[in-house]
Design a protein around this ligand. Sequence first.
Ligand code: FEO
Length: 398
Amino acid sequence: MYNIRKVQTDTWWLGASDRRLALFENAYPTPGGMAYNNYLILDDKTCLMDGIDDAVSRQFMDNLVKALDGRSLDYMVVQHMEPDHCAIIPELLNRYPELRIVGSQKAVQMIKQFYHIDVDAVTVKEKDTLELGHHTLTFYTAPMVHWPEVIVTYDDVTGALFSADAFGAFGALSGNIFADEVDWEHDHKDETRRYYANIVGKYGIQVNALLKKLSDIDIKCILPLHGHLFRNDISEIIGLYKKWAGWVPEKQSVAIFYGSVYGNTANASDILAMDLAEHGIKDVKVYDVSKTDTSTLLEKAFEYSHLVFASSTYNAEIFDNMHTFLTDMKNHNLSGRTVGFMENGSWASQSGKKMTDLIGSMKNMTILEPMVTITSSVDESSREKIDELAKALAESLE
Ligand code: FEO
């Protein structure tokens, strides 16, 4: 049965949520499920803004048929050719033989790659427009936000920015699809940052270029492909995106990440956290890299200004989960953080040097001294070094 909502003049949300999904992209845990948004503009012409994932395609088709109310579908704008938004294309082309696909040249090429079909497409470039009757859509290229073929779209009547993956989030939607209808700051901001960091975070330069391009446009609402929709005050989410795109931390505090085999490196991390609290540092966080998913660790690395990595030596290497996390940070081009290290080894500590080399190969990372070396478990001597590292972190935060 259909489940749709009018979100702007002539504009309907047709999305659906998948609460059974365990891993988005078979990679990122989705304990809160996943929402797939798309929109239909009903003007002289009918225009669908993106499609949907296979898992919720039946709900989508019910929604589309209801919203069209007997009309045919004239256009489908394919802003992003990733299958979580495009799985429905072959079925739509069968149902609506007159349907014209609208997208970038690369998107059209990808339709052929994924579905082995030639489509009658309108290919668009920077600032090309599409007249629907009263509404004129203007397209802006947004390469690598999140794939190379991406465009975003501005509707001159409603001031809506259809933003593709930009401004998206992990998490299902439950009726209150607008951010101002929920406690977004408390309940959804972290999942928006986790989505940004993991899905788009590598491409901050391209995100900034897009934000700059859009800065002259009077955007009244943002309609993304995942997560909540933004209207009224959109400056907060745009401000956050500017920070994230520049890898600028939101929080001036310390996140400590440890990889610990028998609890001794964990103990060192907790001692450091307590030291920091005694120096007056608030909001210190400690994460076990074996218990917290890497996607969340990355999200915290985007949020915090100061990061401490504490790792056991394992097979003469950095502890595996820590190595995965640090590599992920590097792959997402994280930069501009202040970093401290603690290493542990019972006979030949290697993790400190290897972590220093890895972080040292990233941009604008400030490495604090001393590096703490623990031999099996914290003793008075290594505890003193932890105190020194806490002092260095506190001074750096002044
Ligand atoms: Fe939601 Fe990049 O797909």
